[in-house]
Design a protein around this ligand. Structure first.
Ligand code: ATP
Ligand code: LTN
Length: 330
């Protein structure tokens, strides 16, 4: 029987250093959605090669990313889970969508502008990165895309492209909605709470990694930059460091920010930071345990199987898209 459930799609770049921001902003939702939706998750290796990389290390990072995602709870038995580069249909659809993307729209993409401003070499792949992301999502006719706040603009562009395609060629794609968490959409750096927690920050103390030991988690949270007065209050303008820790704790425990402020408001930073560290350690304990139990060869086998299944499914969609666009047959 055909699967009537709506489709969810999301991707993560295998660039190492998967962190608490990725987890609270996106991955927790990825896992949860498996219960209700037809879920398709992808390690987007073609996106990751838009910046300079070492092919030998990259090969390991790809498998490592797949392993971490499985440890977090992505279940290849319930989700279609694979490496993007193994399914060539992503690239073909990206080309088709690229012919419908005004360069003026790409010129406005803040992630591209930020990367180039930071000294990343501008190349065509980096520039058209959001078009490939749109292709990822639309290839599977996904309706829902769990992401962090930083991907909002790319999702808006995806929606515009879907509409543009539908207007020109017929109703092919649903218009996908982003799923962005209310409180943990943008976890900030522990050292510079004005910047988002990022994989590429050279300061390792800026982020908690998903696989960090309890000791490292405690050290990093305890050395998080805070503000001068000792109150634990939620106030992004005056107290960004503490507000970030409140969001992290809320994301890990499910307690509301108001409840946390009521509980820790006047207890001082020492007590509060210890409680945040304990909450993060408790949240990530099962991920660490699952990771240790996973076998590399088995992960690789599951990814090969995922790619086969994904290719089969994508081929059907590819034929339809070719028909709509006049590219089918001889
Ligand atoms: P980074 O900026 O850390 O290098 P990224 O956004 O470039 O990460 P991915 O690793 O592919 O690239 O992101 C995976 C998911 O994690 C995306 O949905 C992204 O929005 C989300 N995400 C990344 N950083 C954060 C953060 N600091 N807070 C919340 N969500 C985040
Ligand atoms: N650009 C995203 C990763 C990504 C993605 C996607 C997310 C690539 N394709 C499709 C959602 C849907 C990022 O996090 N940097």
């Amino acid at each position: 029987m055909a699967d009537e459930r709506k489709t969810v799609f999301s991707g993560l770049q295998p660039t190492g250093n998967i962190h608490l921001g990725n987890y609270l902003g996106a991955l927790k939702n990825w896992v949860r959605l498996q219960d209700e939706y037809d879920t398709v998750y992808c390690v987007v290796d073609l996106h990751a090669i838009t910046v300079d990389y070492d092919p030998v290390k990259f090969h390991q990072d790809r498998l490592e990313a797949a392993k971490v995602l499985m440890a977090v709870g992505i279940d290849p038995g319930r989700s279609l889970f694979y490496f993007q580069s193994q399914v060539p249909q992503h690239s073909e659809l990206a080309w088709i969508l690229g012919t419908m993307t005004p360069t003026g729209v790409l010129n406005r993409m803040t992630q591209y502008k930020d990367k180039v401003a930071k000294g990343v070499a501008a190349n065509l792949g980096l520039y058209s990165y959001p078009v490939l992301m749109a292709a990822d999502i639309l290839l599977y006719r996904a309706s829902l895309v769990p992401i962090g706040d930083d991907q909002k603009q790319h999702l808006e562009m995806t929606r515009d492209l879907a509409e543009r395609f539908n207007n020109r060629f017929g109703e092919v794609f649903p218009i996908p909605d982003p799923l962005i968490p209310e409180t943990t959409a943008r976890i900030m750096s522990l050292q510079e709470p004005g910047n988002k927690m990022s994989k590429s920050d050279p300061n390792e103390k800026s982020r908690v990694l998903i696989l960090d030991s309890p000791d490292d988690i405690t050290k990093k949270i305890k050395s998080a930059v805070t503000d001068s007065d000792p109150d634990v209050r939620f106030d992004w303008d005056e107290k960004p460091g503490i507000s970030n820790l409140l969001e992290i704790m809320s994301g890990c425990t499910g307690q509301s920010i108001d409840d946390l402020v009521a509980e820790y408001g006047d207890k001082g930073y020492g007590v509060f930071k210890q409680a945040v560290a304990d909450a993060v350690i408790a949240e990530l304990a099962s991920v660490r345990a699952s990771y240790k139990a996973l076998d590399d060869a088995e992960v690789a086998r599951l990814m090969t199987k995922g790619a086969l299944d994904a290719r089969q499914r994508a081929e059907g969609f590819q034929q339809e898209i070719r028909k709509f666009t006049g590219l089918s047959g001889i």
